[in-house]
Design a binder for this molecule. Sequence first.
Ligand code: FE2
Ligand code: FE2
Length: 342
Amino acid sequence: MKSDSMSQVLVVDDEARMRELCVEVLSMSGYTANAVSSGEKAVELVAQGKFAVVLLDIRMPGLSGIEALKTMKAVRPDVGVIMITGFGSIESSVDAMRYGAYDYILKPFRLEELSIRVRRCMEERESRTKMKALATQVNSLLLGTISALVKSVEAKHLYTRGHSERVSRYALEIATYYPFPDEQKRETIRRAVVLSGLLHDIGKIALPDSVLDSPDKLSDKQWKMMKRHPITGSKILAGINPLKAAIPGILYHHCHFNNPGGSNSYPRGRSGEHIPVLARIISVADTFDALTSTRAYRKAVSKYDAAEVIEHEAGHQFDPEAVTAFCHAFEVCFAVWRIGRD
Ligand SMILES: [Fe+2]
Ligand SMILES: [Fe+2]
């Protein structure tokens, strides 16, 4: 049995005899076991990351087992929790599974049963950690491949070189300042925005060079083709599971916040809060990069002029909250812009 902190088990029970018994059995099975008598103390210890598995009594004075479970899972989602329950609280144990408990064990239980459940919980937790590490590896590999693909596509066109990477980085900064309702939502969007920014124009892969590099105003036919790139991009990615979170940003990054019928707002029909926040953020980032980059048909404007245009469009083309977030992130965005050109 491993003796590192991750083989540690915490027993939480208000009955002293039960605590002693559990610690003894677990120690005999090779675990490092500690015990506390209250949910409050248990939450404090779990928050410090010292325990892999917690045996948690449901009925305790003060913080109940269920309340303690919820807090533990919020601060340490990876901790394995097994509820200890009597006949009178089986329903609460089933509830506990919904809040993230791994298992529950019914009092009175056979002592060898306790070790078996803890071992299973440890094994499940370990395999989850391995899967997570593997997923992280696969994701970074995927991100590297996508980055290389996007760069090779953009490199063919002088005027868009580096565009998607910069948009991705600006968008990440904007997401940092955007007023999300909670930090969990911010993290979800921050993760998605990196991918979505990198891939937002991937649909342009299907456009001919004559459209992408046109020095003149696009003809009606060319403009129609150009306006299809968000749909084409989202279709390309629809079958790739790890990239699905990026699709809303790709599909709606040209939707105007308060002008859904305008000819520059596409695809049609979405406005305001109905445009996914991911797309509202990318839209600002995309415009900042487009304005501060020279294109075949016009010269770049200064960062201040670009910011002024964006501020002027708050509540019109752009989500005003995304514009405020952009203003907070402006200096960082500009630093990113400069690095890209040095
Ligand atoms: Fe685009
Ligand atoms: Fe773009």
